[in-house]
Design a protein around this ligand. Structure first.
Ligand code: MG
Length: 170
């Protein structure tokens, strides 16, 4: 017999669009005239994914693990945060079933980047690209997203743990 447990986690993040910063999304640098402001590289999607993993493990949020007051994380590659959270997942015997995420950006148009971003996330997490889905939406020219003041990201992840049942012979 095998006992199966599952856990779900969600994440959300927002960073402001500003000049003179590279635009980092999902571990890639996207060609655009604006970038995201933040203490680290401000990769809004990797931050949302990190929070989803930490949330599934009931381990708080990215700000507790990687404070934006810590000089170690100044301009840091946010892949560090995501891979640290993934190591916590594996250390506890969990694995990812799948993850889904949405980037909210008026511009740039991200349709041509979605597959590359999904592949990069899969690579960072050492999972199959088929377990990762990336969606992109505009703000329909209204609100914070539509006015290009910020880019948002949402993420949700499902974890599974398979463990032998203790009910049988040891
Ligand atoms: Mg953030």
């Amino acid at each position: 017999m095998t006992e199966v447990s599952v856990r779900v986690g969600m994440g959300h993040d927002r960073h402001r669009l500003v000049p003179d910063r590279p635009l980092r999304l999902g571990g890639l640098t996207i060609e655009f005239e604006l970038g995201l402001s933040g203490h680290s590289d401000a990769d809004v999607l990797l931050h949302a994914l990190t929070d989803a993993l930490l949330g599934a493990l009931a381990l708080g949020d990215i700000g507790e693990w990687f404070p934006n007051t810590d000089p170690r994380w100044a301009n840091a590659d946010s892949a560090i945060f995501l891979q640290h959270a993934m190591q916590e997942v594996r250390n506890r015997g969990w694995e990812i079933v799948n993850l889904d995420c949405t980037i909210h950006a008026e511009r740039p148009k991200l349709s041509s980047y979605k597959t590359a971003i999904a592949c990069r996330i899969a690579e960072l997490l050492a999972i199959d690209a088929g377990q990762v889905n990336v969606k992109a939406k505009t703000g329909e020219t209204v609100g914070t997203i539509g006015r290009m003041e910020a880019i948002d990201a949402d993420a949700i992840v499902l974890l599974i743990k398979k463990a032998p049942s203790c009910g049988g012979l040891v």
